[in-house]
Design a protein around this ligand. Structure first.
Ligand code: PGA
Length: 318
């Protein structure tokens, strides 16, 4: 037992979580042989098999489940220690672990830049993933703070809304609807629609919106990336409804137009959330305060950029 290392436990937890050597290796930026080697050594130290294979997936044995409980206990105690030590040191150093949904990536990194300038010693880890995976991370207590648009109904969390999140209909500039005003929702529903993947918060909001309005979408294609959807729209494959923040860099100066559809934009919000039982580190508390004050201002700036470029483009079209 004395030969068990923290690295072996980290690899073991990743493998237990994902049930696959490939995914565990990807998650930890290791090669598959390294993952196998670490698990082999841990199994040898424990003296019993930790996993069994059913179909193509790995499952924990009873011994594996015991090891996982102890391992998670050790990981939790170590992150508590890390947090206490960081609090002793104040904000000169420490870690900030953030997980944000794929749509929040259009403004969160910009906010991090200014935060980092104020606290250069803080190391920032940013995980970008879709809503479903973000909620899995939250349940596993893997990050300090989470930023998302669609709140979960079944988790005990603290939440702060900090920014508006308008969802808009997007089409190519040369689309026949691009010049029209007050387009009926039913008319939009006739267009081929490009939908985000299942597990996406955007998709959930769009589906609820159409269900509430008793309209049915003609989904032509599902794509698991906002950027790829933008390119597909430019390629003429269809229209979509996405957060206006996906236009943050190019605005409507790019090849995309925001359509004037009845009932849109959908007025949603961005929230920063964390488990209700979680004790935030001083670094996380400071970032949360920053996000609620300064962040609002900076993100409003992004918002303004989009609005301005949109107006410029409308003028250009006239
Ligand atoms: P998504 O989430 O990137 O999973 O679509 C957006 C959101 O949080 O609303």
């Amino acid at each position: 037992m004395k030969h068990i290392t923290l690295h072996q436990l980290e690899v073991f937890e990743a493998l237990a979580r994902s049930g696959s050597f490939t995914r565990a290796a990807e998650e930890l930026f290791l090669t598959q042989p390294t993952v196998s080697q670490q698990i082999k050594q841990l199994t040898k130290a424990v003296g019993l098999p930790l996993f069994e294979v059913v179909g193509k997936r790995l499952y924990l044995t009873d011994a594996g489940k015991e090891v996982l409980t102890v391992s998670q206990g050790i990981t939790d105690r170590l992150s508590q220690l890390e947090m206490t030590l960081a609090d002793f040191k104040g904000l000169k150093q420490g870690n900030l672990r953030l997980a944000v949904t794929t749509t929040a990536k259009y403004f969160v990194p910009r906010l991090l830049g200014a935060f980092r300038q104020s606290y250069p010693g803080i190391k920032i880890f940013l995980k970008v993933t879709n809503r479903q995976r973000l909620l899995e991370r939250l349940t596993e207590n893997r990050d300090d703070l989470y930023i998302l648009g669609q709140l979960p109904s079944n988790l005990d969390i603290n939440l702060c809304p900090f920014l508006e999140n308008p969802l808009v209909a997007i089409a190519p500039h040369n689309h026949p609807l691009a010049q029209e005003k007050n387009i009926p929702l039913q008319r939009l529903a006739e267009e081929p629609f490009i939908m985000r993947e299942s597990g996406s918060g955007t998709r959930m909001a769009v589906e609820n919106f159409f269900a509430q309005n008793k309209a049915t979408l003609k989904v032509e294609m599902e794509i698991g990336s906002n950027e790829a959807i933008k390119h597909a729209i430019v390629g003429g494959l269809g229209v979509s409804i996405l957060s206006r923040y996906v236009l943050a860099l190019e605005g409507a100066k790019g090849p995309l137009s925001i359509l004037d559809v009845e009932g849109l934009p959908l007025q949603l919000h961005w929230y920063v959330v964390y488990p209700a039982t979680k004790q935030l580190s001083i670094v996380a508390r400071t970032f949360l305060e920053y996000l609620l004050d300064e962040g609002k201002f900076l993100a409003a700036q992004v918002d303004l950029d989009i609005r301005n470029s949109n107006e410029t483009s409308t003028t250009r079209q006239k």
